[in-house]
Design a protein around this ligand. Structure first.
Ligand code: IPM
Ligand code: MG
Length: 363
């Protein structure tokens, strides 16, 4: 298979981790006889420095023409004081909106090898956590009308959802739940918000098509509490852009695997998907061979699965990551309390070594 992959290394540790994902993708290409053609895209802080624009149109166009897009991370304190209209985060919203990738899949899984890093008590997590958050990504308050009054003393943002925008997310939630533990939780604030009431109406209308899936609802405040009180009740969560942003950070933290988690942002399947680690740009450790590349490597695996339908190749990467962890190799962020022991065993590794280990374990 021959595919074009747009690479957005971005800022901070983005280039460090994307380089390792590319090494892994190249090894897969060799093993399974594929050809990847890479196109470099400049976006985020780097693009602000170079073009005074976090996502120039020609850079977005490279993404739109590609078969898939891999993003490292964007932003950093260097750009904290730039004009809000050109902040690095604008690149993310521009990519999401421009690529029409409306469904953000954020799996929050606990890697059993990293259980010690999970901040919850043993009796709460038991044998592990595996939650999938399906976050709406191109609508709601992130994209709604907003403004400041001319005197700068009042401001507004608006949450707006159409039936269609909700239905396509709810359907993805049902489909995902069908292949998992068959529970879909819609998270909202239906005691206050009209948009949330519409989410419930739409979910009810789709429900008869999925008789095997149990559908339930939680208010966002309760959901945030339940995630730490009894996370095992969750299988798939479908929710709005803003609530999904908040809950996915919480969910990733309780797995203890924040440096390990991948994500996929998908549209209607006609254009490329956008794949990225859920962690940020960690500018303090950029370029120091300290970042954990596994989340980006696992994002590349999701790309192979969803955009290229290469399930064996995706599994090959995921299995290699599991094996490297089983053998005890850790980057600093996931070594946790065992750091000294990991180091003494010669298994505390840097970004490059971790990437190389995954390549060596590919089957
Ligand atoms: C995320 C991030 C972004 C978001 C920010 C950086 C704009 O927090 O991907 O979750 O809020 O969507
Ligand atoms: Mg976020």
């Amino acid at each position: 298979m021959e595919k074009t992959i747009a690479l957005i290394p971005g800022d901070g540790i983005g280039p460090d981790v994307v380089a390792e994902a590319v090494n892994v993708l190249n090894a897969i290409a060799k093993k399974y006889n594929h050809t990847w053609i890479y196109k470099d895209v400049i976006a985020g802080g780097r693009a602000i420095d170079m073009f005074k624009n976090p996502l120039p149109k020609d850079q977005l166009d490279i993404c739109l023409r590609a078969d898939s897009v891999l993003l490292g991370a964007v932003g950093g304190p260097k750009w904290d004081n730039v004009d809000p209209s050109i902040r690095p985060e604008k690149a993310l919203l521009g990519l999401r909106g421009g690529m029409k990738v409306y469904a953000n899949l954020r799996p929050a899984v606990m890697f059993p090898q990293l259980k010690a890093a999970c901040p919850l008590k043993d009796e709460i997590v038991g044998d592990g956590l595996d939650i999938l958050i399906v976050r709406e990504l191109t609508g709601g308050i992130y994209f709604g009308d907003r403004g400041f009054a001319s005197d700068g003393r009042s401001a507004y943002d608006t949450e707006k959802y159409s039936w269609e925008e909700i239905e396509r997310i709810v359907r993805i939630g049902f489909e995902a739940a069908k292949g998992r533990r068959k529970i879909l939780t819609v998270v909202d604030k239906a005691n206050i918000l009209n948009t949330s009431r519409l989410w419930r109406t739409v979910a009810e209308s789709v429900k008869p098509e999925y008789p095997d899936v149990e559908l339930n609802y939680l208010y966002i405040d309760n959901a945030a509490m339940q995630l730490v009180r009894n996370p095992k009740q969750f299988d798939v969560i479908a929710t709005s852009n803003m609530f999904g942003d908040i809950l996915s950070d919480e969910a990733s933290q309780i797995t203890g695997s924040i440096g390990m988690l991948a994500s996929a942002s998908l549209g209607n399947g006609k254009g490329p998907g956008l794949y990225e680690p859920i962690h940020g740009s960690a500018p303090d450790i950029a370029g120091k061979n300290l970042a954990n590349p596994l989340a980006t490597i696992l994002s590349a695996a999701m790309m192979l699965r969803y955009d290229f339908k290469l399930e064996d190749e995706a599994k090959s990467i995921e299995n290699a990551v599991q094996e490297v962890l089983n053998e005890g190799y850790r980057t600093g962020d996931i070594a946790g309390a065992d750091r000294d022991a990991v180091k003494a065993a010669g298994k505390l590794v840097g970004t490059k070594e971790m990437g190389k280990l995954v390549v060596e374990h590919l089957k």
